[in-house]
Design a protein around this ligand. Structure first.
Ligand code: PRX
Length: 697
């Protein structure tokens, strides 16, 4: 496919490219042959190692000699550090004037004010200009061995056609567009098409139910939905269009549904529906990029909190893109020509930052993984690594825990010699999984990074790399802050504590990738992240800092649980369970699960006069959760109790329930505030009986 640019498009593109670099800033290019040795357990330093070769942009700080000094300047003088990085790494239409204007007390976060750019130009046009035939995407389809490669030129053309189609149907700058698709090039093009015309995308994970989709589409007041006729996963068909049909009945703001075709199967097309590829064939293959201000919205992504409905986390243009691309390059040691593979779904932040925006901004070849780790067999990932010659592999601990149960031969029979960096994300990685990933998959020679971050942080904040050359990596530990990140630990009372300690993990100063607001509810943004510990961004996680200053994440401090790396509020599950007319009260607790990391355990109270048996209600409740949220949210266990343990003021004592199910009932702690202490015996008895009935527990 040849991309032809209109005259206006050519002019605009030229203008964008010409304005991209600030002239006159000397850059020392990386010395040939210099390579960071990413070995584990060593502190050796090579005399040839050069921090300016490691990060060419750091030539702007000639006084900086070592990695440590570079890290220090990024924290001590963020305006200079981020100012240089933004100027050098992004292509601007108009340079920014102010590096940052932030005030945590008001939840005000602004970066690169006065600057103008287009994210799609940064991710596509600049690379098309330099190397149009470089492969941008490798679509690893569900059926192994049927991958599709798409060059930067092709992706730009596809993006432009899709952008023009959206425009033709009235989607304009600032409009919100929901994307409900499985991992596919058209899904990436849809995200970039929105970015190109200044529309705001909200990708909804294709495993979410129709009701979840409605909630997100209505909260965002989306004008359009882009979907597929069907999805394909592990050989199964997912009826995406049918779910959208059900959802749009309750989405008054949606004017059009664009339907792409993943399978040849016909689906019902109604009044709102537009066949996407057919329209794209007719559309102009060039589309002038909208000029966006640094702080215009790029996308919103819904994520769970401890209370209420999922919140639409807002990310903006320049700061997010810079942070995603910089972390992609330095955490994973990405070098031009590498094949980068993050197996996350684009419906999560990991997919946004490390399947799409980070790699594409860096001109990388990024793999889109449509399948699952076990399809068609447990060798899927590693056969793909061999076939596609993958250099960086980034995945979730839950998949690693699942795979290590199988014979190592599923890994060893495939050539993994191209792999250099392995990454883990989304939940704590246990030692067994870390060791297996490092030794069996990485052959004791790849760098393995446990990366900590969140939807709200936009990109990786704590990770063993980057670091000084050869610095040690401690298994199952995120360890070191990224450039510009200043983690701190506070006591519950809000006291900042130094040295080796455990407490609430906060970040003391703004960084460009952080979220800007919660869509439509800035007060909730302030209350959630900046109120608990005034002056700090509160992550919601606890952490331990070692004597050496390394960070280990200890888990959420709120009622958010993490099922197979998917974040979920227990309150959301409780809200869904409460839909059942015979269930007046519920309490959902997260408990450790061998594969999923955590799973949900629901305690429920039944109405006395219910006409159904307990097993019937338990099944009904599970299907309510699947249809209100998603299948992965369904509690593994639903236990009927007569009452829930409550304080005299009526608050459910979840701590007590957690102790019951984790077999710590010998040490229930202070129960004096319980309204009626006999409830404990009642619940323990019910739990023991349940365990006996389900001998599997
Ligand atoms: O509790 C932390 C956990 O996942 C939460 C963020 O979830 P989400 O916004 O969905 O983003 C996931 C992908 C970035 C965090 O608050 N988490 C994430 N990474 C790690 C982790 N917990 C332990 N170790 C990690 N490496």
């Amino acid at each position: 496919m040849a991309a032809t640019l209109s005259e206006g498009g050519c002019r605009r593109l030229l203008q964008l490219l010409l304005l991209s670099r600030r002239p006159g800033l000397p850059l020392r290019r990386a010395a040939a042959g210099l390579k960071l040795q990413h070995s584990r357990g060593t502190h050796s330093r090579s005399s040839t190692w050069d921090v300016h070769a490691f990060m060419p942009e750091s030539a702007a700080f000639p006084q900086v000699r070592t990695y440590q000094e570079l890290l220090e300047i990024s924290v001590r003088d963020p305006d200079t550090f981020w100012g240089v990085l933004a100027r050098e790494r992004l292509r601007w239409v108009k340079p920014y004037q102010t590096v940052q204007d932030c005030d945590f007390s008001r939840g005000r976060v602004n970066w690169f004010l006065g600057g103008q750019l287009n994210v799609a130009v940064n991710c596509l046009d600049q690379h098309v200009h330099q190397s149009p035939d470089r492969v941008a995407l490798i679509w690893e389809r569900d059926e192994p061995g049927t991958e599709v490669k798409i060059t930067y030129r092709e992706l730009l053309e596809t993006t432009c056609r899709l952008a023009n189609t959206l425009k033709k149907y009235g989607v304009q700058k600032g409009d919100r567009v929901a994307i409900y698709m499985s991992v596919a090039p058209l899904a990436v093009a849809a995200m970039l098409a929105c970015a190109r015309i200044g529309a705001v995308h909200t990708v909804v994970f294709a495993g979410f139910s129709a009701i979840s989709l409605v909630g997100r589409v209505n909260d965002a007041k989306c004008k359009a939905i882009i979907t597929q006729n069907q999805g394909v996963r592990a050989g199964h068909i997912i009826e995406l269009k049918r779910i959208v049909d059900e959802a749009v009945k309750s989405c008054p703001t949606v004017k059009h549904v664009f339907v792409a075709h993943r399978t040849d199967n016909k689906v019902h097309m109604g009044n709102l529906d537009i066949p996407l590829e057919k329209e794209m064939d007719k559309a102009d293959p060039a589309c002038d990029p909208e000029i966006m201000n640094s702080e215009d919205m790029l996308f919103m992504l819904y994520t769970s909190g401890s209370t209420g409905q999922p919140k639409g986390i807002v990310h903006t243009q320049a700061g997010y893109l810079l942070y995603a691309s910089l972390t992609h390059k330095y955490v994973f040691d990405y070098k031009q020509g590498d094949i980068f593979c993050c197996v996350a779904d684009i419906g999560w932040i990991t997919g946004h930052s490390y399947v799409v925006y980070g790699p594409l901004c860096n001109g990388a070849t990024t793999v889109l993984f449509e399948s699952t780790p076990l399809y068609p067999n447990p060798g899927r990932y590693w056969e793909m690594v061999q076939r596609l010659k993958i250099n960086q592999f980034y995945g979730a601990p839950t998949a690693i825990r699942l795979l290590l149960k199988y014979e190592d031969s599923w890994v060893k029979k495939y050539d993994r010699s191209t792999l250099r960096t392995l990454g883990s994300v989304g939940e704590p990685i246990n030692h067994e999984a870390w060791e297996w990933f490092y030794k069996v998959v990485g052959e004791n020679r790849c760098t393995l990074v446990d990366t900590w971050w969140q939807t709200e942080t936009g990109g990786i904040c704590i990770s063993p790399r980057p670091s000084e050359e050869g610095a040690e990596i401690i298994p199952a530990m995120a360890m070191r802050p990224f450039f510009g990140i200043k983690p701190v630990i506070l006591t519950e009372e809000g006291r900042l504590i130094q040295g080796e300690v455990s407490g609430a993990l906060c970040i003391a100063q703004p960084w460009p990738g952080m979220a800007r607001t919660i869509y439509g509810d800035h007060q909730r943004f302030i209350d959630t992240y900046f109120k608990t510990f005034p002056g700090y961004y509160f992550t919601g996680d606890g952490a331990h800092r070692s004597q050496e200053g390394y960070y280990q994440i200890t888990g959420r401090m709120d009622d958010v649980i993490n099922i197979s790396g998917h974040r979920l509020g227990t309150a959301e599950i409780e809200d869904a369970l409460a839909e059942h007319p015979d269930v007046p009260e519920t309490a959902v607790i997260g408990f450790p699960h061998e594969i999923k990391g955590e799973a949900a355990f629901a305690f429920i109270v039944l109405k006395e006069d219910t006409a159904h048996t307990e097993p019937v209600i338990q099944e009904q409740l599970k299907s309510i959760v699947a249809s209100k949220i998603a299948k992965y949210a369904v509690p593994d266990h639903v236990l009927v109790v007569k009452r829930l343990p409550k304080t005299r003021s009526g608050k459910i004592m979840r701590r007590l329930l957690r102790k019951v199910i984790t077999d710590e009932s010998g040490d229930l702690g202070d129960t004096t505030t319980l309204d009626d202490p006999t409830v404990v015996t009642e619940i323990l008895e019910a739990f023991q009986k349940y365990k006996q009935d389900k001998s599997a527990m």
